[in-house]
Design a binder for this molecule. Structure first.
Ligand SMILES: [Zn+2]
Ligand SMILES: [Zn+2]
Ligand SMILES: [Zn+2]
Length: 639
């Protein structure tokens, strides 16, 4: 791409402007001016007010799935044919913004035209036997809501994690496999294509796979950058753009984060882009002043080759023009401007980027690192609410547990060389039921107890099965909330299953201390083992599995699990209660011996956008408090 794109016409390199002609009304494609000309055309006078951009189309909606057309043929994940490339690295033949020539899931647009994929198979390699899916997991809804969106995303990710856990060595694209299964089973929502807002999806929501956007109806193309549908108007049928996914290249990002210069699709090796399909739809949306959803691809800080897709809300196309790339191919350019009045999303990411470069630019910064170097990743203390230098009551920052009584020793595995895998008969892996608890560092399945490898294992410390032992890796921040005192959030986006932090503090013996700690606001009470549920885990029937046996299901901690972080503790002591939490806790033992003392480890329940408060359900902490979590499911009181 050429540099200096995205500026307004007055700043264009005039040498490149050969011809300027407005393109008011889309004439037959053949009459479009030749590439090499810079055709710039501002938006025409606005049509009569149409605040949603939706009502004028509403009677013409088109089902996302046309039953007569076999859409989204199921990708058959035949293992030898799996792409060997990194799952999140776009290949040289695949461009986020449109070239989908090698798509393994053929792209079908709303008119039913395929991108050339011949695959029409509806069979998948698994499950081999026909399985009955309970009503509870059947979604296939035309109209979604936040519950169905959350449900679909959770089921998809649980399935993907399970596939990564058991097939990680051979299946490099468990996301494609999981996506195909979800599609084939109709486990998706918002299936009706629509212009504008998609039910149950908030501005700022994040996704880690393109297929997630399809499953929730935000962007139905699994690879193409532009999604559109054909609508009937008085003058006949016309394509209208619904959403675009930006690749996150720097040429897209201009100004303050509220403008996107979007390149049309096609071209590259095939010469000039054509004013058809998605490109034509964007052009038509410009002239209709129709809203277009924008999903921005941004670099994943936790994975340098990966991307996070953030829903940045509704934009309108302000103008379009054509340009020549360095290789001489003509491309369409569309200047898209974010509609006002929407919650911040991409602009927050831009702010965070500047804080990373200079932490003193963080407004309200009180301390650069509340851990004073105790954690590997610094944790700033920020107060943007109260004026002044208000700080939390003094406490000793401590990264782990302090035992007041001797703890039974742990037993380790005898694996050499850090290869603790099911195939190596690792006793720690076997204690987990035979599968490693983590897939690529992400917790795969929630269980009553997880065994990591620890200091008593021969593999220590060179083993991947010790994800939660070296402190938080996400960039956390302790901040002043509006009405709950101090809280915890993250600068980084957090993927579901990511380890966040431990609940550090003093291990209290409830029986010995009696009621001495009744007014302790920093007690963690895990005696009820209440946070273990199957909700977060995958549906075994979807991949032809029986329900896995949890070897530790009957696990009861040997000691009363009470931890106080009043006098000493880590960042977890600032995490507030939420009735619809985005974080859960999990018991983790660093080795084997159920008579020893497990750790309380926090993991992300779902994908969490940056600067979202992290909360978990306090359940029966013994400290009944009025709840200000603000969620729709708020129980008013917690503890
Ligand atoms: Zn081992
Ligand atoms: Zn190990
Ligand atoms: Zn081990």
């Amino acid at each position: 791409m050429e540099t200096g794109l995205g500026s307004d016409p007055p700043t264009f390199d005039k040498n490149r402007v050969l011809d300027v002609k407005p393109l008011r009304c889309i004439s037959p494609i053949s009459s479009f001016p030749p590439f090499g000309s810079q055709v710039s055309h501002p938006a025409p006078p606005q049509p009569p007010p149409n605040p949603t951009g939706f009502s004028q189309f509403s009677q013409f909606y088109q089902p996302f799935f046309n039953p007569s057309i076999p859409q989204y043929p199921v990708h058959t994940p035949a293992k030898p044919d799996l792409p060997k490339k990194n799952p999140k690295t776009p290949s040289s033949t695949t461009n986020e913004q449109g070239n989908s020539t090698n798509s393994s899931i053929p792209i079908i647009d709303s008119t039913g035209a395929s991108n050339g994929g011949k695959q029409r198979s509806t069979s998948i390699t698994r499950p081999t036997k026909r399985v009955k899916i309970s009503e509870e997991v059947r979604l296939s809804s035309q109209e979604g809501d936040s519950v169905s969106v959350g449900n679909v995303l959770m089921k998809f990710d649980a399935l993907r994690r399970r596939l990564a856990q058991v097939e990680g060595e051979i299946n490099k694209r468990p996301d494609l496999t999981a996506g195909s299964i979800m599609m084939a089973k109709g486990l998706r929502t918002n299936m009706r294509k629509r212009v504008g807002v998609v039910n149950g999806i908030e501005v700022g929501d994040i996704f880690y796979f393109r297929i997630e956007l399809c499953l929730v109806g935000l962007h139905a193309q699994s690879m193409a950058g532009i999604d559109y549908m054909v609508l009937k108007f008085d003058q006949g049928e016309e394509p209208v753009a619904l959403s675009v996914v930006s690749s996150g290249g720097y040429e897209d990002d201009v100004g303050d984060g509220n403008v996107l210069i979007y390149s049309g699709q096609g071209g590259k090796d095939e010469g000039d882009q054509k004013l058809e399909r998605g490109n034509l739809a964007l052009e038509k949306s410009l002239h209709r002043a129709s809203e277009v959803r924008v999903i921005r691809g941004v670099k994943d800080v936790a994975n340098p080759t990966g991307k996070v897709y953030m829903y940045d809300g509704l934009y309108k196309i302000q103008k379009s023009w054509t340009e020549k790339t360095k290789t001489g191919a003509g491309v369409f350019k569309f200047k898209m401007v974010r509609m006002p009045g929407q919650p911040e999303a991409f602009t927050i990411w831009k702010s965070i980027q500047s804080w990373r470069e200079d932490i003193n630019s963080r407004p309200g910064l009180i301390l650069q690192d509340i851990t004073a170097g105790a954690e590997k990743v610094p944790v700033p203390l920020v107060n943007e609410i109260d004026i002044g230098d208000g700080r939390p009551a003094p406490f000793l920052y401590h990264t782990g547990l302090k035992y007041l009584k001797p703890v039974n020793p742990l037993i380790g595995c005898q694996c050499q060389g850090g290869k603790c895998l099911p195939s190596s008969n690792c006793s720690c892996i076997l204690a987990n039921g035979g599968d490693p608890p983590y897939a690529n560092g992400i917790l795969a399945i929630q269980k009553s107890l997880i065994h990591e490898c620890g200091p008593s294992c021969s593999c220590y410390p060179n083993c991947k099965n010790q994800v939660s032992q070296n402190g938080p890796k996400v960039r956390l921040e302790v901040f002043m909330t509006k009405n709950k005192g101090w809280g915890l959030c993250s600068w980084d986006p957090i993927r579901a299953g990511t380890f966040i932090c431990e609940y550090a503090g003093e291990v209290i013996d409830k029986d010995d201390r009696g009621g001495a700690h009744v007014d302790d606001d920093y007690i963690f009470n895990a005696t009820h083992l209440g946070d273990y549920s199957n909700e977060w885990n995958y549906v075994p029937e979807l991949i032809g599995e029986e329900k896995p046996v949890d070897l530790n299901e009957a696990f009861k901690p040997a000691l009363p699990m009470m931890i106080s972080a009043k006098k000493m503790g880590n960042v977890a002591r600032f995490m507030n209660h939420g009735c619809s939490p985005n974080v859960f806790w999990q018991l983790v033992l660093r080795g084997q011996n159920k008579d020893s003392f497990p750790h309380i480890m926090f993991y992300a329940f779902k994908h969490i956008p940056p600067m979202t408060e992290l909360t978990y359900d306090y359940v029966e902490s013994g400290r009944m408090k009025q709840c200000f979590c603000g969620s729709a499911n708020c129980r008013s009181f917690f503890g």
